[in-house]
Design a protein around this ligand. Sequence first.
Ligand code: PXP
Length: 238
Amino acid sequence: MRPIRLGVNIDHVATLRNARGGAHPDPLAAARLALAAGADGITAHLREDRRHIRDEDMRRLKTEIAAPLNMEMAATEEMVAIACMLRPHAACLVPERREEVTTEGGLDVAGQVEVLAPRVAALKAAGIRVSLFIDPDPRQLQAARVVGAPVVELHTGAYAEGRPGELARLQAAAAMTAALGLECHAGHGLTFENVGPVATLPQVMELNIGHFLVAEAIFSGLSHVVREMRVRMAAART
Ligand code: PXP
């Protein structure tokens, strides 16, 4: 089977940084660590309200990291203009509502073909690989082709919540991407426990994973940093 890529979403490193208003933890440093550990690319979502990643983060990720940068963004004129200026490797168009905690549900491509087609075209003209974050729904897959996107990212949120029938839906949608000539990515809510069945789907070329990795890193790293703090405190006393 063809290898599968991992895009590490570092949004929540910025969430932690912004909680204190300083510069630590730096999303760029996290991106470097993720790449050194085997990530194939970095994903970051520049939200309209800039609640985590900021414009300056995107600029630094683009200029200071050589690996592919996938910019998640709403399909607004503002974001299309920023992306065309920044020229990340890829742009993933997602639905966005201010009141949501995370991206809930896929983009309704079928319902906004006229709005999306010129925006997808503008991004493609800037040399950006466009993907559409959609539910595993045949209508949305057909529409993705109509608007000219070469890639779709299947929303795995409902599967991750354990809803019955969702793995079969993902399986069918992934198979359909091949017939439509679309590259298939997937993501949202993936963890150590649930990644296996999605990574098994042969059409899926890339997974984008964020929240779990950043959260789990606390458990992988907390004992180390507590020990280090004790050493420094003890050293200061002697
Ligand atoms: N892919 C897309 C398009 C997303 O919007 C998100 C969430 O930002 C992810 C993947 C990653 O989801 P999670 O943070 O749940 O791993």
